[in-house]
Design a protein around this ligand. Sequence first.
Ligand SMILES: NC(=O)c1ccc[n+]([C@@H]2O[C@H](COP(=O)([O-])OP(=O)(O)OC[C@H]3O[C@@H](n4cnc5c(N)ncnc54)[C@H](O)[C@@H]3O)[C@@H](O)[C@H]2O)c1
Length: 312
Amino acid sequence: MRKKLGIIGAGNVGATLALFAVNSGLCDVVMFDIVEGMPQGKALDILQNTVVLGIKANIIGTNNLEDLSGSDIIVITAGLARKPGMRRKDLLMANADIVGGIVKKLSSQCPDAIYIVVTNPMDVMAYLTLAISGVGRQRVLGMGGILDLSRFKTFISMELGVAPKDIETLVLGGHGLYMVPLVRFTTVKGIPLSKWLSKEKIEALVQRTREGGAEIVSLLKTGSAYYAPAQSTFEMVKAIILDEKRILPCSVYLDGEYGAKDVFNGVPVILGKQGLEKIIELELTDEEKQAFANSTEEVSNMIKILKEEGKI
Ligand SMILES: NC(=O)c1ccc[n+]([C@@H]2O[C@H](COP(=O)([O-])OP(=O)(O)OC[C@H]3O[C@@H](n4cnc5c(N)ncnc54)[C@H](O)[C@@H]3O)[C@@H](O)[C@H]2O)c1
């Protein structure tokens, strides 16, 4: 039987993910949004695209959360997107209410689901999802690191004129400004990046990656990036459905790993049918440790605010 993918939020990221998922033929999709008619309209449009492709697909759009019952994977994209000049922190309260309310309702309907959280601030929303759902930490993952990697690889490949698939790299830490790029693990066809580019050039590419989301926001004028975020999320969905055991940077609950406790942050993990199957711990330099600790502190501070406001 095909897996059931529930998508919360049929906006830019949610609907694009639905398109990628349905076109892959790997799963059935149910897409939920509070806006009446919109998820139904997008689902019909996506269904018609599969007819052109000759793919057998099942997708429905709904305003009824009960239609998500029995989902194997639930991706949460509902919430407000960042607007120009708006900081991630500004989204905290509004999105905590949206995500918290949905997870509360879904946890009894979808007892076996693995949650993938996209809504920003993602690491904090993932913490909230874990706390409210009551499922084990294996089953709550945040998407951010794969997108950061895709951005870093894009800029390296543009700079060097080489195929992105020949680039290997790793990032840790929070998505965006608090990203901790592991430049010493970045190679082009196995050759360290430092042999290809100067320290200054690498730092400039890292900085552009950190601000990669903001660069797109300022170009779009309204809304934020969604094609690469949706593709990055689909990469996680695929790894779970196909039990691929991919090593991917995801935000997960840390219980002492990397020196962090009771917080979500981005680390390399093995993703398979159980969700988070293993956290891969790397030995970090003092500088990397400090950067990771700064990133963790930022997430912990926001979790603290949520607790003070009684959201958790
Ligand atoms: N983690 C990442 O790397 C990453 C990347 C891109 C976007 N995001 C975040 O993902 C979220 C979605 O981005 P987007 O571009 O799709 O935004 P969007 O505005 O296009 O879509 C959000 C959707 O959520 C819906 N929604 C709002 N409240 C809801 C509720 N209570 N129940 C169901 N649906 C509800 C809205 O109607 C809208 O359709 C934002 O928070 C954005 O910041 C995260």
